[in-house]
Design a protein around this ligand. Structure first.
Ligand code: DP6
Length: 366
């Protein structure tokens, strides 16, 4: 009897144009398009193994070794149902001799190599890895270039989106857009690759872990409150993001770091302004986060005066941790400066909030 099991990894992605707000909470349809960069496979990632077996009496999920409840009618169930439907309709119904593994229960185990839910996009890599591992188990994606995949990465992004919005972007490497779409059923709200990583290989992300504790207000509840209460969000959706999406895609195509950096920093700041415009207000950044902004702004001011170009771009998700985008030639200098102003925790006498790791990967990751 063959074993039906697959393991895949998906990296974290960090948005430059932020997704913040849903127009449909169940289908996870966003109020605006967004764009992110997927980190390389060897850094922050989730690795998921999925196994289907007729002897399993129920479907079970383990996250970092701990069994989790599977909420009836919840996000995970919706992802699984969609993948089973694809397997049944596209493979089993067409090939009567194929084992009907879509009818079997699953055991799914997922590990993150970084702190879960610390504002480091663990739900993004988690649901992307879950989707791709089950897609591999079900034979929906294929790794041979000669054979077309039964489901394209964009189609699989629709499934990952049902688990967590930002997860749809982690189905691709490189520079990825999640299109807002206009349909009520969501089939056009999918991820597409704007450019592969090799297009701009000198682009680096430095992850600065300011605090690796679980965050206060989750993205899901925070953005719902913003949709319900923020007038600024409406301005962002209509007047700001569509133009920014076009501009950042052009900056990426042209490898124009100055434009990329200006748009990325402006969008991070507007996202946090929108969080502050929520009632009651949401504060994701702390004093260390704000000092990092001040440091990057100062580095850019000096660099602009000297060379006419910017050197770095900060961006913050729903937590205090900073991601600094910079090009290869500046990585060493930026790390040295960040570490000088924010000593790493090994040697750092200050308590937790001052803990800061610079580098492409937090040192705390196992
Ligand atoms: C600030 O994708 O975690 O990181 O769809 O409710 O699961 P849900 O939210 P989630 O939100 C991510 C928000 C963000 C911005 C971004 O990644 O675009």
């Amino acid at each position: 009897m063959p074993v039906f099991q697959a393991t895949t990894s998906a990296p974290v992605n960090i948005a430059c144009i932020k997704y913040w707000g849903k127009r449909d909470n169940t289908l996870i349809l966003p109020t605006n398009s967004s764009l992110s960069i997927t980190l390389s496979q060897d850094h922050l990632r989730s690795t998921t193994t999925a196994r289907a077996d007729p002897i399993f009496s129920e479907t079970k999920l383990w996250l970092n070794g701990k069994e989790e409840d599977i909420k009836s009618g919840g996000r995970l169930e919706r992802c699984l149902a969609q993948l089973k439907k694809m397997r049944k309709e596209r493979i089993e119904d067409k090939n009567p001799n194929t084992p009907k593994i879509s009818e079997w229960n699953l055991h799914v185990a997922s590990y993150n190599n970084f702190p879960t839910a610390a504002g480091l996009a663990s739900s993004a890599s988690g649901f992307a890895a879950l989707t791709s591992s089950i897609a591999a188990l079900y034979g929906l994606n294929t790794f041979t270039p000669s054979e077309p995949a039964v489901a394209s990465p964009s189609e699989l992004s629709l499934v990952a989106r049902l688990g967590s919005g930002s997860a749809c972007r982690s189905l691709f490497g490189g520079f990825v857009a999640w299109e807002v779409g206009s349909s009520l059923t969501g089939e056009d709200s999918l991820a597409i690759q704007v450019a592969p990583q090799e297009h701009w290989p000198t682009m680096h992300a430095l992850i600065c872990v300011v605090n690796d504790a679980k965050k206060g207000t989750s993205s899901t509840s925070g953005m719902q409150r913003t949709v319900e209460t923020s007038a600024l969000l409406q301005h962002r959706i209509k007047d700001v993001v569509p133009a920014r999406m076009k501009a950042i895609e052009k900056a990426i195509k042209d490898k124009d770091f100055d434009s990329f950096a200006r748009i990325t920093m402006a969008d991070s700041n507007q996202f946090h302004a929108v969080a502050l415009d929520t009632a009651p207000p949401i504060f994701y950044m702390n004093d260390v986060s704000r000092s990092i902004i001040a440091l990057v702004e100062e580095l850019n001011r000096v660099s602009l005066a000297k060379t006419g170009h910017l050197v770095a771009a900060y961006t913050f998700d729903a937590g205090p941790n900073a991601v600094i985008y910079t090009e290869e030639e500046n990585v060493k200098q930026i790390i040295e400066i960040v570490v000088r102003y924010f000593p790493q925790s090994d040697t750092n006498p200050f308590p937790d909030p001052f803990k800061l790791f610079a580098g492409k990967q937090p040192k705390a990751a196992p």
